[in-house]
Design a protein around this ligand. Structure first.
Ligand SMILES: [Zn+2]
Ligand SMILES: [Zn+2]
Length: 176
């Protein structure tokens, strides 16, 4: 997704493309791209700077934080990137002020901007620290490793009842 700045017309360049997943190098065992990445938006030149505003859509294959099972995770988000040339004189007045924190600032060189890096960062940012295959995922037993979503194990049940509560339960039963 490299664009020659010279090729960006005065009024901006509309993009609507499908970028091959291989370019992004998101291929960890617990987080990988399941398909190509949809990128849609507009590249605009602002003197020497280039900005991109748009949306991206991707599907990742991530491992559930609790049970480690892989499941598809859809990412759909807006993206704003501001490219500035390397070595640009940052003298005041010349600088375009960036206050919004959701804009990624990138340095470009050689008269080209590349969207791959910022798009990759944005995709990874969208994956929450805690991602569950389903909201009530029971996870795996810490004792025996059984997947508690599909099976039950003995150790889980024993471990859950506090011995003190078991005593109380016995007393209650006797009072009946
Ligand atoms: Zn899970
Ligand atoms: Zn167990």
């Amino acid at each position: 997704m490299i664009f020659e700045i010279e090729d960006i017309p005065e009024g901006g360049l509309n993009l609507d493309l499908l970028a091959g997943k291989g370019q992004f190098e998101i291929n960890q065992q617990d987080c990988s791209l399941a398909g190509d990445v949809k990128v849609k938006g507009r590249l605009v030149r602002l003197e020497q700077d280039v900005s991109f505003t748009g949306d991206l859509q991707a599907t990742l294959q991530v491992a559930c934080t609790r049970c480690l099972k892989l499941f598809p995770y859809n990412v759909k988000t807006g993206i704003k990137i501001h490219f500035i040339p390397r070595g640009k004189d940052p003298s005041p007045g010349n600088e375009i002020e960036i206050k919004e924190t959701d804009i990624e600032q990138e340095i470009y060189e050689g008269g080209q901007v590349d969207l791959i890096g910022p798009v990759r960062d944005q995709i990874l940012l969208e994956v929450p620290l805690m991602h569950l295959c389903r909201e009530d995922c029971k996870g795996i037993c810490s004792e025996c490793g059984t997947d508690l979503n599909s099976n039950q194990c003995e150790c889980q049940n024993e471990g859950q009842i506090d011995p003190r509560l078991a005593v109380l339960k016995n007393i209650k039963d006797k009072l009946k």
